[in-house]
Design a protein around this ligand. Structure first.
Ligand code: TXA
Ligand code: MG
Length: 335
């Protein structure tokens, strides 16, 4: 059950008036604006403190809106939509000429996603319907994660409030996000599909549709995906990855130095009397992803000097959370 009955009428009125609305999705909360309104989209960048050349994902209510936003959509993209939408998959496609540069960061592509959250879908349907028949019936909501730039993505309405306060006119509460990490991004705009950002939908799941393993982008060139910056998703407290078998020695050493450590573990149970705060996450990647960002936030509030995170298994199904952790470690403690 959803905790509150969301105020869709107010949300649609605000979006139509060019204001920001935070909305729940199954991955993380988004900070939404009318994607066809460049002035509204500019408010997203201002609220997040995000560089203007970072493109945004456009959320749409269904497949029938794709051709309004994208052109030359390859067959393989339709197959991926068929299999994974609504859901945590963003497709990068050639954009229609009219799509504002504010949304695409001036690129010739657009990111599209049909989110798998009932509140997001209902809002998208009502927002599009508010335009009546015509081009507006395929209206979309541009929404990056509803955090300040470089920080931890929000997975509850309360986190959004903590991140953005009154910079957002309305926060729709859809409860805690099921998936907990951002969508898998697949670029279908230049021939062979390429995974730009790992997520809940793994290469193996994509391979089942594609008939072969997808390419995975590893080189970090221009910030086409801000989640691909080396430092991202980061708490204010410094973080260290520590192998599970070394964790207790590490904590003892820290204690002797007088440091107060917080721990995020998945296999090592809390040790009585040792560190200041201990968060045990599930030892499976899906459960871990669901709890990760809330755990990082909790540790950031725990008054510790260092967050020690038990290193993750090096297997494909852990890759998406391992990616988020690496970037969090790289960005932690920098502000
Ligand atoms: O799960 C998600 O994807 C969440 C929810 C709210 O949908 N959104 C999200 O947005 O994570 P954001 O802006 O934090 O990350 C979206 C990523 C950005 O890193 C952006 O660079 C990339 O998508 N992106 C958007 N359009 C793109 C494009 N045309 N080409 C390459 N990357 C693109
Ligand atoms: Mg983000």
């Amino acid at each position: 059950m959803l905790p509150l009955s969301p105020d869709y009428d107010r949300a649609v009125a605000l979006l139509r008036a060019g204001e920001l609305v935070a909305l729940p999705t199954e991955t993380v909360y988004g900070l939404g604006a009318d994607a066809a309104n460049p002035a509204a989209v500019a408010k997203i960048f201002a609220a997040k403190g995000r560089p203007a050349d970072h493109p945004l994902i456009v959320h749409i209510s269904g497949h029938d809106a794709v051709d309004h936003w994208a052109e030359q959509v390859p067959a393989v993209a339709w197959e991926l939509m068929e299999s994974f939408w609504p859901g945590p998959l963003t497709l990068i496609l050639k954009k229609q000429a009219w799509v504002p540069d504010a949304v695409t960061g001036g690129q010739d592509t657009v990111g599209l996603r049909v989110p798998g959250h009932p509140v997001a879908l209902e809002l998208l349907r009502r927002f599009a319907a508010s335009f009546g028949k015509g081009a507006g019936e395929h209206a979309g909501i541009a929404a990056p994660s509803a955090n300040r730039f470089g920080r931890i993505s929000p997975t509850t309405a309360e986190h959004v409030r903590e991140e953005l306060g009154d910079r957002v006119s309305l926060i729709l509460d859809g409860g805690p996000c099921k998936v907990g990490i951002e969508s898998t991004i697949v670029d279908c705009s230049r021939g062979e599909p390429v995974v730009l950002r790992p997520g809940h939908i793994e290469p193996a799941h994509l391979a089942a549709v594609l008939g072969h393993q997808p390419l995975i982008e590893t080189a970090s060139g221009a910030p086409r995906v801000s989640g691909s910056l080396a430092a991202h998703y980061a708490p204010q407290t410094p973080m260290r990855l520590v192998a599970g078998e070394r964790l207790l020695d590490f904590l003892n050493a820290q204690r002797h130095k007088g440091g107060r450590c917080g721990v995020i573990a998945h296999s090592q149970p809390p040790q009585a009397g040792l560190p200041h705060a201990w968060h045990l996450l599930p030892a499976d990647p899906v459960g871990y992803a669901h709890g990760l960002y809330a755990a990082l936030r909790e540790m950031d509030h725990a008054g510790v000097d260092l967050i020690a995170v038990e290193a993750l298994p090096d297997t494909p199904s852990w890759a998406a959370v391992a990616d988020r952790l690496r970037r969090a470690v790289a960005g932690a403690g920098q502000s």
